[in-house]
Ligand binder design. Sequence first.
Ligand code: ZN
Length: 421
Amino acid sequence: MLTMITIGVDDTDSERGLCTTYLAAVMMERVGGLGTLVGLPRLVRLNPCVPFKTRGNAAVAFSLRTERPEDAKKIALETLMELSDFSGQKTNPGLVVAEEVPPELFRFYKRALGEILDVGEAKTIIEENCLWSRGFKNQQGLIGALAAIGARFEDYTYELLAYRERSRWGTPREIDEGSVWKADAITYPRTWDSVDRHNRCVVFAPHSPDPVLFGIRGDDLAALETALETIRSEPWERTVVYRTNQGTDVHINRGEICDVVEDRSYRLRGVVSQEPRAIEGGHLFFDLVSEDGNGSIRCAAFEPTKNFRHVIRELVPGDLVEVYGSVKKRTINVEKVEVLRLAEKRVLVAPRCSTCGKNMKSAGRNQGYRCKRCGTKATKKATATLPRDVDIGLYEVPPCARRHLSKPLVRMNGQNVHPSR
Ligand code: ZN
């Protein structure tokens, strides 16, 4: 009897190597021989605040129409055993197979985007729905595997991943950077985040010892292919195109500052309450107060956000903004900011002479001001309004600092955007 099964896998890689998407790619090739793969595999990013993740917190799910579901499970498990890094401290592989996807898995996926879920709950859902599963070590990977099976994307993008030949794993990647710039020039804005123009670097290839050679992100399959054909590099073992929730802001919830919960991601509106201040290392902070005055939160633009900090530095008290980002230790790590209303930027300056109109000069420390032309004295400074070096609209961190789930402004057509590329 022909059935459709969906296979979900998570948490098989470690900081030292391997990659859950590579494992899934090999698994797809092997079980693909038992039937027909249905649609594109899904690369599912989950809560970026999960503390025990390895790298990007990515799970993978794909569907297969087959007459031999039992054989498919067997091969899937063998592949997982072969290509998981069981020695990784934070590696806790999970594999789940569902013949029918229960609707509650979609809710589980939605929660896994924003909450930190318990593996016990995942096991209960697996039991209650009689799903086939295998979990290893602390079995944390069952959470992502289950969420990946339940994932349905209201918005999505694509990522084409090219994987290295095994003999090259752990060696420096050979990629002709000029060809990557060319591919970007040809295919942007249908692809994005291959290069970072402002910071002059290629950002689509990892530096870790995992099997990924590079990943091309975009929303147009033909453009991904064009980019791939343009890029010159070491030969790859295989490429896989994933449909993914990356670049969609699906992790972001509109919230009120006073209701913020740790380890979740928000879009928060408020008024800048003080000049942004820098600390050692180039990190910038400012406080945001809700319009009703009922809550305040610290906002951070850390050094790795590079030129994004120029925008933050330009904010002044009274600006009305919305910040997007994840909350840790009562601080929102800003990924995007929308400037909604600009306040006047005022500074204190030496006053003009009330008699002759000439700019007065300081008469010495704590001595007020004095007009050099006519001798008139004044005690108080005057205020001047400075031009603003920031406009209304949305600003984002550059590609080199982008988090996987963050929606790039290049995708926000029709809005007042200032894309960073
Ligand atoms: Zn004067």
